[in-house]
Design a protein around this ligand. Structure first.
Ligand code: AMP
Length: 303
């Protein structure tokens, strides 16, 4: 089992959905990733929080396989984000994004993290993603996340990141935007030519489409009776995906397919309650059971 390094936001989130609301709960892309990945392997976090991120909030990382040597604690307020979901839970409005201590954040990789074989570059400025890549000694497998904001605002820096990573996690609208191609199969080919041979296209409740060196792999979202809060589902997917992969002896097609199911499994738990609540309580047995549910959902015999 190899460790995974993640860089990204640790946040205080306020969330409103048709099922209720929460205020200033612990969130952030790196947090969702780390909690999910730690179910499979050791996780190293590179991020920053302010002095309002008290010991009570720190507790969510405790007694998990999460190393916080790379979590800077500086004076000021932690990154804050507020989002409101419409009835269908697909459309989300960002009410505010307060970067706070994140604005001056420069990722510093502790010496103990330099030899991290698996790296996840969360959705942050591509220049910061490059700084992290520059400090890790030739990782075996690196995956980046990005969004429309960077595709439009910093295309050149993003291209540099893409030329250096093995994988990219992106949603379908962003894949079309990045490639300038509306057909997803063609879009995937165009993005692969930019660098990442592995492309994971997130399609919300409709599941995930992955391009592997030898073709596509797709899985639907698990039909769930209670979906409460989709915040962080993508980052949770990333954590399950890369956390599982880090435990495999070889990154081959079979391991990649199971990693997509591991990511989808973790994301399916995450959306069942507000914030991190469900992800924090999920057990190994529940994860195994749900993995099997995915198998039953998608399994069929040849004609
Ligand atoms: P997702 O639902 O996958 O977009 O992830 C939502 C999480 O990302 C929340 O916990 C937010 O705190 C965090 N987040 C939202 N906007 C940003 C941003 N601009 N940079 C970094 N993290 C963000």
């Amino acid at each position: 089992m190899q460790p995974v390094l993640v860089v990204g936001s640790v946040a205080l989130d306020s969330i409103e959905t048709p099922f209720g609301s929460v205020s200033r709960v612990v969130g952030g892309a790196a947090t969702y990733f780390a909690i999910a990945a730690a179910h499979f392997t050791n996780v190293r976090v590179v991020a920053v929080v302010g002095d309002d991120f008290d010991d009570e909030r720190m507790k969510i990382f405790q007694n998990r396989r999460i190393d916080l040597a790379g979590l800077q604690r500086v004076s000021g307020e932690t990154f804050r984000w507020k989002g409101r979901y419409k009835d269908n839970l697909d459309d989300r409005e960002t009410i505010y994004t307060h970067l706070n201590v994140f604005e001056a954040f420069r990722p510093a990789i502790p010496p103990t993290y330099c030899a991290s074989p698996f790296v996840f570059l969360g959705n942050i400025h591509p220049t910061l993603q490059l700084e992290v890549l520059g400090q890790v000694e030739s990782p075996q497998f690196s995956v980046a996340d990005t969004m429309n904001y960077w595709i439009e605002g910093t295309p050149d820096e993003l291209r540099l990141v893409l030329s250096r990573v093995d994988g990219l996690v992106i949603n379908d609208a962003e894949a079309r935007q990045l490639s300038g191609e509306s057909n997803l199969v063609k879009a995937a080919r165009i993005i692969q030519a930019m660098g990442p041979k592995l492309l994971i296209i997130k399609r919300g409740e409709h599941g995930v489409l992955m391009t592997r060196p030898n073709g596509f792999f797709a899985v639907p979202g698990l039909p769930l009776e209670s979906v409460c809060d989709p915040t962080g589902a993508g980052d949770t997917f990333g954590g399950g995906f890369l956390g599982y992969l880090a435990g495999c002896s070889d990154v081959n097609d079979e391991a990649l397919a199971r990693a997509v199911i591991a990511g989808s499994t973790m994301a399916s738990f995450s959306v069942e309650a507000f914030g991190l609540e469900r992800l924090l309580s999920v057990t190994r047995d529940e994860i195994m059971q749900r993995f099997s549910e995915f198998k039953r959902l998608t399994h069929f015999e040849e004609l």
